[in-house]
Design a protein around this ligand. Structure first.
Ligand code: TRP
Length: 330
């Protein structure tokens, strides 16, 4: 049997280039790998812990779906669905919650970070913590275990959550016999960390991102904002110290990269280097951007794709839950 690979994508913000290079691209490559069946879903319940505005939330969820498909996710071959279309995940969430000690949740990083911050600021320790946030790792464990996932590609910040899922699976298996696979996280070590406009890691929290599907004008405008040093046109530049060059490498082919390297050494102006970066980026993003816009203009199609994905997911989740219910005596 093929191994199952599963990951959830939270609808919490506009997708930017850093998300694409750091998470989406590697995940799409894994989905193409013949040894895996890919389960990719929109983790909208997890997004709810931030109590977002309903209209914006809906828009972001569609945006995530359209982005993945526009970038090449094969929704017929993989299982692509909305978490909130799978009622079984809640059933398992509750069951797992009854086997998860509160202490385990107290030790979860995301919760602990808020408590520490509150402590520092002299606030009530649980200020700003809702129960969704507190029990977040349990729902995530349910996401993973419901489909007997083997491999969970995540960012470093999510490792602990996968470990918690593994812990809960073990606890359950010990009591009721082999039921869940023990999932393993997969952190892509050589995933590109993309520099943002200010040179720091591109991240929503630094407000230095380039949205993936900015229109051409906006894209050029943002590229022009990328910070460079003050070396003048004609002065040799070290490509390996340049954020522009790091970005260029992600979009250009080997030959273009080699040529650009020489151009830097021969003193290309920053203005020209930016223009060249724009050209390769725009070229690479043009088609997906068009597909994205088309999909965003056709919500019925997105709904249909996600509905079919949910049916596939439930065809696995339903028998799984039946087995679990039997085992625990429900
Ligand atoms: N917590 C993940 C994140 O913030 C999203 C997520 C939800 C997830 N459920 C999951 C990731 C299950 C992997 C597996 O990025």
């Amino acid at each position: 049997m093929k191994k199952r690979i599963l990951t959830g994508i939270k609808p919490t913000g506009q997708i930017h280039l850093g998300n694409y290079m750091g998470a989406i691209k590697p995940a799409l490559e894994l989905a193409k790998d013949e040894q895996y069946d890919a389960f990719y879903f929109i983790a909208d319940y997890h997004g709810l812990t931030r109590t977002p505005d309903p209209e914006e939330f809906k828009e972001l969820s569609y945006g995530i779906a359209a982005t993945w498909i526009a970038l090449g996710l094969d929704y017929e071959k993989s299982v692509f669905y909305r978490q909130s279309d799978i009622p079984e995940v809640f059933e398992l969430n509750w069951i797992l919650a009854c086997y998860a000690s509160k202490g385990l949740m107290n030790r979860a990083h995301a919760y602990k970070a808020i408590v520490d911050e509150n402590k520092k600021n002299g606030n009530d320790l649980d200020d700003g913590v809702n129960m969704g946030l507190f029990t977040y790792p349990i729902l995530m464990a349910a996401d993973i275990l419901l489909y007997n996932s083997n491999t969970v590609p995540v960012g470093k910040d999510q490792i602990q959550h996968v470990e918690i899922a593994r812990d809960l699976a073990q606890t359950f298996n010990k009591k009721y016999g082999a039921t869940f696979n023990l999932p393993e996280y997969k952190v892509d070590a050589d995933t590109a960390v993309l520099p943002g406009l200010d040179g720091r890691k591109m991240s929503k929290s630094y407000n230095n991102t380039i949205p993936l599907f900015s229109d051409e004008k906006k894209l050029l405008k943002l590229i022009k904002k990328i910070k460079t040093d003050s070396s003048l046109p004609g002065e040799p530049k070290d490509p390996d110290q340049s954020n522009l060059f790091s970005l260029y490498k992600q979009f250009a082919d080997a030959e273009q990269i080699a040529e650009m390297r020489t151009a830097y050494e021969q003193g290309i102006s920053w203005g020209e280097a930016k223009q060249q970066l724009f050209e390769v980026m725009n070229e690479a993003l043009r088609e997906p951007r068009e597909r994205y816009q088309e999909l965003m203009g056709n919500r019925d199609k997105l709904d249909q794709i996600l509905k079919e994905g949910a049916e596939k997911a439930r065809s696995i989740a339903t028998p799984m839950m039946k087995d679990i219910r039997t085992k625990i005596g429900l």
